[in-house]
Design a binder for this molecule. Structure first.
Ligand code: NAD
Length: 497
């Protein structure tokens, strides 16, 4: 039986005002409807924004460590429900169960990290140039935030936004992807049970164009934190800048691995396989290109193709599955279309290239793990984000050539190099123009205690996650306080002998 999912507004679970609904289905078996979800319109958003605005003043003045305690309680509850939630992630999004559980673990990590960060929302105290005067900088919340998330990390990405925004004292309206709305509802249930006050966290389901855009443009919203495609992120960024709203966007990627002639090839093959076909290639950090040194190119291609031929497709809930389905029909058609483009461009199909409908995969959106060899770096398949199980192998003359290949795309999220030479790794670390660089590891696997995000068309505004320059910057603004206790008029820069 599909679950009847509701919006969460002002502490209450309610249907959309117009009564319209959408379905969330299992991409591995489209006969399995997981949830009937509200298709929210303007009235629902107006209500949610009004609830968040009303709750803001009290939440802003709640001591940050008290706010953090609620998030730490949510962390404990997530630990207890990890298995159930992980299975739901797999059923609703499709990724293999160990990855579904990893998705929830990332949410747990973020909850513990940000819950504790509540006691460290520090600014600076510095000496004044004038006597009997002190000065400090403090962080203050921004106000009411819209949090808009994609489907590929149904609990982790919402957690990356929800926990820091709430700890920092903002109130929020969360608009998850309609493809993973049931996971989003379960996550919000947990935070509500952990004790978040009514109106502080509101959940509104719906489509991007109808619900997301109206929400982002709403005059009651002070800031937007968006993760999704570059096309939508850039549209929202332009709109928010015209409306004087804060916005940060994490967007697409066209990530690459360099395999040098001195690399441990078995390790590089494992990395390329995990980076290219893990999460069925549906990660913003997926390794969709490999630039292999010409001296090892043929051997690497042979090893990678053999390894890819052993990957087993199926439902992520099955223990034997390595690669799950892609998320929906339109994504499946988009990926198959890119495969046709690659063939027409003259790339050589080394393996895969078709939809897969055998046996238990008959009712799902499955695509064979696909490798294109002899790819020219200027081809569309090497330039554009495919977001599916397709890897493009490119021949590189030397390290400089490989770095140029990696950098010569409009994106700049993640890159990796496999080499045993310390000089190669140092040069790559310096010259790769991506927000994340991995040495002897694949392009995926970011840890939450460091800032996450990319350059060029992969990221805009503040980075996500932890550390200096991470999400705390996104969800606070600086205020500087000067206190003069001299009892006289003192003039900075001017009262100087
Ligand atoms: P998407 O851009 O289609 O949708 C993302 C979210 O935005 C969804 O909630 C959607 O409903 C909403 N949305 C869509 N159109 C909107 C509009 N006009 N106004 C407001 N909201 C709108 O992306 P997707 O298909 O859900 O996710 C895949 C994309 O996300 C890929 O490009 C991937 O690289 C990117 N992604 C990036 C990161 C990162 O951290 N850089 C992480 C995960 C996914």
């Amino acid at each position: 039986m599909p679950q009847n999912i509701k919006n969460f507004i002002n502490g209450k679970w309610i249907d959309a005002v117009g009564g319209k609904t959408l379905k969330s289905i299992n991409p591995a078996d489209t006969s399995d409807t997981i949830g009937i979800i509200p298709r929210s319109g303007q009235k629902d958003i107006d209500m949610a924004v009004s609830a968040a605005r009303n709750a803001y003043e009290k939440w802003r003045l709640t001591p940050a460590p008290r706010r953090g305690e609620i998030i730490l309680r949510a962390a404990e509850m997530l630990v207890k429900r990890k298995q159930d939630l992980g299975e739901l992630v797999t059923r609703e999004m499709g990724k293999a169960l160990p990855e579904g559980l990893g998705d929830v673990q990332e949410a747990i990590d973020m909850a513990y990290y940000m819950g504790s960060e509540a006691r460290r929302l520090s600014g600076e105290t510095v000496p004044s140039e004038l006597p009997d005067k002190d000065c400090k900088s403090i962080r203050v919340p921004i106000g009411v935030f819209a949090l808009i998330t994609p489907w590929n990390f149904p609990t982790a990405i919402p957690a990356w936004k929800l926990f820091p925004s709430l700890v920092c004292g903002n109130t929020v309206i969360f608009k998850p992807s309609s493809y993973t709305a049931v996971c989003a509802a379960r996550l919000v249930e947990i935070i509500a049970e952990a004790g978040i006050p009514p109106g502080v966290l509101n959940l509104v389901h719906g489509t991007g164009e109808e619900t997301g855009e109206y929400l982002a443009a709403h005059p009651g919203i002070d800031g937007v934190s968006f993760t999704g495609s570059t096309a939508v992120g850039e549209k929202l960024a332009k709109m928010c800048s015209a409306l004087d709203k804060e916005i940060s966007c994490e967007m697409g990627g066209k990530n690459a691995i360099i395999v040098m002639d001195d690399a441990k090839l078995e390790l590089a093959v494992e990395g390329a396989l995990w980076g290219g076909f893990g999460t069925t290639g549906q990660r913003c950090t997926a390794a969709s290109r490999v630039a292999a040194h010409e001296a090892v190119y043929d051997k690497f291609l042979d090893m990678l193709t053999k390894a890819a031929s052993k990957l087993r497709l199926g439902s992520g809930l099955s223990k034997t599955t390595d690669v799950g389905p892609v998320i929906n029909e339109s994504q499946m058609q988009k990926i198959l279309n890119y495969i046709e483009i690659g063939k027409k461009e003259g790339a050589r199909l080394a393996i895969g290239g078709k939809a897969y409908k055998e046996g238990a995969c008959a009712k799902g959106y499955f695509i064979e793990p696909t490798i294109f060899a002899d790819v020219n770096p200027k081809m569309r398949i090497a330039q554009e984000e495919i977001f599916g199980p397709v890897v493009c192998l490119i021949k590189a003359k030397d390290l400089k050539d490989a770095i140029n290949i990696v950098n010569d795309v409009k994106y700049g999220l993640s890159s990796a190099i496999y080499t045993q030479d310390v000089n190669n790794s140092a040069i790559a670390e310096r010259d790769l123009d991506t927000g994340l660089v991995y040495i002897n590891a694949s392009t995926i696997g970011a840890e939450i205690q460091l800032p996450f995000g990319g350059t060029k068309k992969s990221g805009l505004g503040h980075r996500e996650a932890g550390g200096r320059g991470g999400a705390i910057e996104m969800f606070t603004k600086w205020k500087v306080i000067y206190r003069d206790f001299s009892g006289t008029l003192q003039k900075a820069q001017i009262d100087k002998d």
